[in-house]
Design a protein around this ligand. Sequence first.
Ligand SMILES: Cc1cc2nc3c(=O)[nH]c(=O)nc-3n(C[C@H](O)[C@H](O)[C@H](O)COP(=O)(O)OP(=O)(O)OC[C@H]3O[C@@H](n4cnc5c(N)ncnc54)[C@H](O)[C@@H]3O)c2cc1C
Length: 420
Amino acid sequence: MSKKDFKVAIVGAGVCGVACAIMLAQQGVDVEIFESTSRFGEIGAGIGLGPNSIRILKDLGVFDDVFKQSGEEDLNMVAYRYISGMEGHELFYDYPLLEEQDRGLGIARSSLLDGLVKHIDPSLVHFNKRCTDVTQSPDNVGRSILHFQDGSHAEADLVIGADGIKSKVRSVAFGSTSNATFSNTVAYRGLVSYDKLKDAGIGTDLSGGIVCFIGKDKHIITYPIRGGKVINVVAFVTVGEVLKGEALPRSSWVVPATTKELSTDYEGWGRDVSILISQLSDVNKWSIHVIHPPMKSYVHGRTALIGDAAHAMFTHLGAGAGQGLEDGYLLARLLSHPATNASNLTAVLQTYDEIRRPRAQDVWERSYNSGEATEGRGPHGYSPEGIRMDVADMFSPVWHHDLSEDIDIAKRQLHDRGAF
Ligand SMILES: Cc1cc2nc3c(=O)[nH]c(=O)nc-3n(C[C@H](O)[C@H](O)[C@H](O)COP(=O)(O)OP(=O)(O)OC[C@H]3O[C@@H](n4cnc5c(N)ncnc54)[C@H](O)[C@@H]3O)c2cc1C
């Protein structure tokens, strides 16, 4: 039985849409999810959850199930160890673990989603529902109609677009000029057995969290998943100026790639990088896109965007999903507040936008700066000292942000506006 006089429709059952739905349902808000694919699914790669993401998952009461799925015995992730990608693999900088709570979790994406979906009532999720349009209901003022590719419709008082970087909700409901833009960086992604790497003689210890092999205009991130048995590898190559240079020709955002192609890009790098590349299988090449220029608002009328649909960012801080979780958390907390009802939804959404947009955009910019620093284009240049200066304190503001303080500010704003 819904505690509210309004109904929420979420488009997209990725990590951010599902987490937001869990929280709304827990709080007694009438919510449904519409997903284009035929089942819950994630790509076969890893994802790093920072301490800010973990706090949210714990608050939702879903963390234990996510952690169980990870196969880890403990939180396995600390911030980056920056190591030269060149022969000798000199340690450039070991990002300090300031607090024990700064540990994160490296987890297979599918395991994260599996842990989350245990907490959602299956009857709330509708698969094979590709949203093609969102229009205003001619009969019910303020209500939206979602149109799906199969010809069916659904009606809701509030639509949340959690449909990823290519968001249809963003394009149809916002008519937005802020769009997915190619960054001029590609990422080769693959998984490899850690035993295989050790057998091949890798010297760098990859078991203790995130390793970042750095070099000019390229870098490789590794971290363990599946109880340390598997190493997640993402190798970045930037051509030209990030976001400003000449775009690489590309037919599709994700294409299969070969280790030969990757070795050519990383020719001249050190021994451990060669070993890492030679042992990879099933490599895909991703053209990294980001939302740029930034959205002027995450809200249009009674439609809101969360996650990559609102602010897909560079992958260089491992923070994108965390920002989507923060969006969903704040939005769900406001929507489920006892003072929220159909008559003040627009004000609640405006407040969501005003609080979340500056925060997510700050992390977006940090994710850009992190890539620039790591690939030797930061203000202090490509040297151990330069990198140290440019990456110092990079993660702390992302991880230590006080979301409960944001919720208090939002409530005060709504009170001052007369909405609460
Ligand atoms: C190489 C790489 C590495 C990354 N590493 C990290 C990391 O370590 N840590 C981190 O926090 N983030 C990381 N990110 C970012 C992270 O992957 C994203 O921020 C996160 O997955 C976004 O989740 P989402 O739910 O917003 O969107 P998505 O995961 O894209 O989910 C969108 C969902 O909407 C569905 N959908 C799409 N269109 C429609 C439609 N029209 N109708 C209905 N459904 C639709 C899709 O099928 C999908 O299920 C990385 C990204 C990349 C590319």
